[in-house]
Design a protein around this ligand. Sequence first.
Ligand code: GTP
Length: 471
Amino acid sequence: MPGETITIQAGQCGNQVGLQYWNQLATEHGINPDGTTLAYPEDTSLRFSPLANTTNAQTTTKDRDDKPELFFSCESSRERYTPRSILIDLEPSVINKCTSKMPMINPRNIHLSEQGNGAANNWQQGYIYGTNYETELISLIDRELDKCDNLSSFQLIHGVAGGTGAGVGSKILELLNDRYGTKKLLNTFSIFPYNEGTSDVVVQPYNTVLTLKRLIEFSDATFVFHNDAMNSIENLLYAKKNDIDRTAANAFNETNKLIAFIAASVSNPLRFPGYMYSSYDSIYSTLIPTPDLKFLTTSIGPRGGHHSNNAYDMILELSNDRYKTNRAGPKTNYISMMNYVIGDSFNQQEIKKAILKLQKRTNFVPWVPRSIPVVRGKKSPFSEAKLSGIQISNNTSIVEMFSKILNQYDMLANRRAYITGYTQDNSEEERERVMDMFRDSREVVARVVDEYDRCKSKEYLEDEMMDIDEL
Ligand code: GTP
């Protein structure tokens, strides 16, 4: 039986995505914004949205067969659910938004900086802050852990390119590894910034490379969401809608809802358990063959219309590169792939037909079985969609994406541009120390790029054996 998951959300991006994530989970389990619950319905046409706080159907009750307690704790005397989540930020606005929209969030689970002015898009500032407040952060995590009967995993939601999600996030990864090591799974939902045609902050490649090193060393599975790809998906899915609010304050709203839907769907078979894949362990061990090959791409297909009723179309749409959360193309090789089909009933023949087609189309690396497992997930009785789905794959699109980041990093690092933001003083030794730290992170990332590149070859496993023999 899987145990509980504790979520840690850090920085603006982490908390904004986190807000949508908890909205999605609460919706699926019929939990109101204040943590009280709706009657568990038999009537699956019930519609409910915690953020909008509306419900519009009659229900009849039945015993729950979902497991919200894996992600929410519940004080039985109050019968109120509260997310097993720790919210960290160095400036208050996003966390204030989270608590006002979702009063179910426990104020004791919040860590806000007293200065309240953020980490200035600088990994180092976030990391140092995390180091200075290590004891407070650990005690928050330990207190949450004490509320669990059998903690299985931690998960971090964060942006990799700013100061807080990246720097404090990196520190959290180190702390979790030091304290709980291999005993608990640690997965991340990591958001990568735009790098096409927009003027995001210039030092983002430094922050990203420094964060990637910690993800490579300490996470067991990292779900990659690239804002460029998310933006394209959003445009495709909402092309005919004029009602998307694209003002600065809500620029990421739709993207975050998509990320939240995917992140929530990943744990569908844990929260609505069936026969298979009812633990993160079983899902990740199917997708991740070696510790370095752990950067996962997801897809989300069009929802609504005829797609929602047809598993065959949905599975094929999920394989369409246009719906991937990290840009993939015809040359992308696949190490593994898993499709989730979530609904009340499925046409098994449709699923079988779609998988056979996918097996023929998919460019697998030569040393893996070409199997494509399907998670037949149970639909939340509170959700509208008759059928929904996601795909998770482990593929070589990571090579292109990380190489781009390394190129951008090199352009800055070769000139030692902007490194004073990362140094403690202006001495030559300090500059050298920082450059060493940068070089070390770069090497770790380059090794993973090389690993993803090498895994395309037939001899990959044999090379691995030789590497082990040489030790
Ligand atoms: P500081 O602001 O330096 O304290 O760190 P932070 O972690 O709060 O920074 P932030 O979360 O703003 O991360 C930086 C990058 O994440 C931005 O350049 C954006 O590309 C991206 N980002 C910020 N907010 C969001 C969001 O709500 N959703 C998504 N998808 N990306 C975001």
